[in-house]
Design a protein. Structure first.
Length: 120
């Protein structure tokens, strides 16, 4: 088996309205990089699942950077889809990841309906 590695592990929500923004952003920000991309409703809302996916990415591709993207008006959060709640959950996810992989770089983003990426 050949050794293949990638730079980053990217997590976003499944919501179709945001995919073109994410695709464009990744093209601009990960131009010469490779990444594993996973989409789950609510992005990191089910953190256990995300951690399992990350473990696989690390094991297979020796990933060392994580990008977590939550978005405005997320159906998986319903009425709880506030900026504060997303920022809180993103930070919990970051803390959990750094506890297991202290050397990782973890970037958090809140994606607005108009396509603007806000760093959290
Ligand atoms: Zn969503």
């Amino acid at each position: 088996m050949s050794i293949h590695t990638c730079d980053a592990f990217v997590v976003a929500c499944i919501d179709f309205r945001f995919q073109r923004f994410i695709k464009k952003w990744l093209e601009e920000n990960f131009q010469n990089k490779t990444y594993d991309y996973v989409g789950f409703a609510g992005s990191t809302k089910d953190l256990k699942t995300i951690m399992n996916q990350l473990d696989i990415s690390v094991r297979l591709h020796h990933t060392k950077q994580v990008v977590l993207i939550h978005h405005e008006e997320c159906g998986a959060y319903g009425t709880e889809s506030t900026h504060d709640r997303h920022a809180k959950d993103l930070n919990i996810a970051k803390k959990t990841i750094l506890k297991k992989y202290p050397q990782f770089k973890v970037d958090l983003y809140y994606l607005h309906l108009d396509g603007k990426f806000e760093r959290i």
